[in-house]
Write a protein that binds this ligand. Structure first.
Ligand code: 4NP
Length: 161
């Protein structure tokens, strides 16, 4: 079996992409695929480097059984294009920033995470909205969208192993 690596990217790397990191990792682990599928997350902005996920994010995640305690924010860099088969942004701004950073010759999948979503009732969302300055409901929505797209992404990746 080959190995496949996935990098989730948002702005601060303390809300959306670490949620995707924790949820997708949990699904990978549950399928016994942690040796085959490498998961990481990063941000395009440098305000929170080295910080743990936002408390509102980790609390909502913990309510659904996801542990984010070991995650720390880092910046996405051009070197990531040499490491990751999938680099998935949470929104169009993330994707634009990644397209500017994309290295010549990158042959992986650079795209929007929610392109992998499977639930028809969530199909009105094409991006994971930034919850940072919004109300608490935004964090539960992030988790709903992330769980759905993670399931779709995992089925897709498993086909390629
Ligand atoms: P994230 O959310 O991109 O989902 O991690 C944000 C976190 C922090 C900031 C913006 C968005 N900020 O401006 O500090």
């Amino acid at each position: 079996m080959r190995k496949i690596s996935v990098l989730f990217v948002c702005l601060g790397n303390i809300c959306r992409s670490p949620t995707a990191h924790a949820v997708f990792q949990a699904m990978v682990d549950a399928k016994g695929l942690s040796e085959q599928i490498l998961v990481d997350s990063a941000g395009t902005g440098d305000w929170h480097l080295g910080h743990a996920p936002d408390k509102r994010t980790s609390e909502v995640a913990a309510e659904r059984g996801y542990d984010m305690g070991n995650l720390r924010a880092r910046l996405v860099t051009p070197a990531d294009f040499g490491e990751y088969d999938y680099i998935l942004g949470m929104d169009h701004e993330n994707l634009c920033d990644l397209e500017v950073m994309r290295t010549a010759g990158y042959e992986g999948e650079l795209g929007l995470f929610l392109d992998y979503s499977v639930k028809p009732e969530l199909s009105n969302h094409d991006v994971v909205p930034d919850p940072y300055y919004g109300g608490d409901n935004g964090f539960a929505l992030v988790l709903d969208l992330v769980e759905d797209a993670s399931a779709g992404l995992l089925s897709h990746v498993v086909e390629r192993l």
